[in-house]
Design a protein around this ligand. Structure first.
Ligand code: ZN
Length: 93
């Protein structure tokens, strides 16, 4: 079975499930029973979202030529410790 798209000039677009290759150029509209012509559209083509495409490109580029970094990405440099004897004994992160 395949889904075919048709357009009624009065009621708009609708879909009909028919056996593969069984779609005619005209079918009766389910609402008004008038003639509805077949609409040709792209068959289930999914486009990759831009953010995902960028991430995939970066992952592929990183596998070939990794970026050289001077610090851990996404981590801020440690702030200067406040002066004082009590703070000097606290553990450093
Ligand atoms: Zn109609």
């Amino acid at each position: 079975m395949a889904t075919y798209e048709y357009r009624c000039p009065r009621d708009g677009d609708f879909e009909v499930r028919l056996p593969l290759g069984g779609a005619g150029t005209v079918v009766p509209c389910p609402t008004c029973r008038g003639e509805a012509g077949r609409v040709w559209s792209a068959p289930m083509l999914a486009r990759t979202p831009r953010a995902l495409g960028t991430a995939l490109d970066r992952a592929a580029a990183s596998a070939e030529t990794p970026e050289v970094v001077s610090r851990i990405p996404g981590r801020r440099p440690a702030a200067a410790a406040p002066a004082g004897a009590a703070h000097a004994r606290l553990p450093r992160i």
